[in-house]
Design a protein. Sequence first.
Length: 177
Amino acid sequence: MTEGILLGVTVVFVAITLIQYWSQPSWWVRGWDFPKLQLGALLLGLLLLQLLLLDFSNRWNLLLPPVTLACLAYQWWWIRPYTPLVPCEVDWADPNDDSPRIRILSSNVLTPNRHADRLIALVRQYRPDVLVTLETDQWWDEQLQMLSDDYPWCIRCPWTTCTACTCSPVCRWSISG
């Protein structure tokens, strides 16, 4: 019974790991690209349970820990660059330095959200050089028009051909592309 449960859980984690190689853009596939730390922790727990509970006199049970370890290694390969084990590639900016800098404000507005006044207040307060809004729709595009005097250069999206959630960067300077 225990071995069957561990086998079933291992198969599920193998499927979750392998599905990330599939180029299918559906949310139920791409959603597994993100919880790598959580998957890694669960795989580590599964590996420990396998080592403690499996009867290794059954040769088939010898396969489960290496398969789980391979899935864990794959997740770790993605997690490792974001750990203290890898040095930072960019130096921290000195907040007292008067050198020119670019200020970027990025906001995932979530399409059904209709509180544009809050975002506009933040933009007016922080005056970023570049504003990037995510998950905008036509309504958001119309609401953010009032910033066009301060942000004359922009890439407007959604375009009439877009049907998915989109991104709309606006900038104080010319955007060439």
